[in-house]
Design a protein around this ligand. Structure first.
Ligand SMILES: [Zn+2]
Length: 65
């Protein structure tokens, strides 16, 4: 089951029952499957967010000099 509206909040398909489970939910509410780790995509998003913030910070500093 796939609902596009849920994609904005982040979801992953449960391997047990194919239900979309929110990324912040480590356990499937339908069948009780436990996801081993946070999804790599979420980690990448945080990493890229930090890098972009650092880049903007550096650009602002360089412009001030
Ligand atoms: Zn499930």
């Amino acid at each position: 089951m796939k609902i596009d509206a849920d994609k904005e909040f982040g979801s992953r398909e449960c391997p047990g029952c194919a239900m979309d489970v929110p990324e912040n939910n480590n356990r499937c509410p339908i069948c009780g499957y436990e996801f081993p780790n946070p999804t790599p995509r979420q980690k990448h998003m945080k990493l890229w967010g930090a890098l972009i913030m650092l880049a903007i910070f550096l650009i602002v500093i360089l412009r001030l000099l």
